[in-house]
Design a protein around this ligand. Structure first.
Ligand code: ZN
Length: 115
């Protein structure tokens, strides 16, 4: 999706200017991919859904495509879908974003420590 270079908001395909900043939109740098087709790699495991969605938005703010994979099977009342895992779920990003995603997560956690 096209996005605004100023505020990083994404817009629908046929929109060419940001409604907030009136900046000309740039084409998306990340090609559209479906989870199954991409080279998704785990960059972080999360203990619960809240942590998962926070990290997802932190990464998406940096323009990284994120796939939040839950290890629990909701239909079974929170029974782990993957018995070997104690975490709630995993944060996955496309292979080419792994390095940047790890750095982004690290600086996010560092910023939490400083507060
Ligand atoms: Zn904008």
């Amino acid at each position: 999706m096209p996005f605004c270079p100023q505020c990083k908001t994404e817009f629908e395909q046929d929109i060419t200017e940001c409604i907030e900043c009136e900046e000309e939109l740039l084409p998306s740098l990340i090609p559209a991919q479906v989870p199954e087709a991409a080279d998704w790699q785990v960059v972080e495991s999360v203990p619960n859904d809240v942590a998962g969605y926070i990290l997802k938005s932190v990464l998406e703010d940096e323009g990284i495509q994120v796939y939040l994979r839950c290890n629990e099977i909701p239909a079974y009342g929170g029974i782990k879908g993957n018995p070997g895992k104690s975490e709630w779920g995993d944060i996955l990003v496309p292979g080419f974003s792994v390095q940047f995603a790890r750095e982004t997560i690290k600086s996010y956690f560092d910023s939490l420590k400083e507060e």
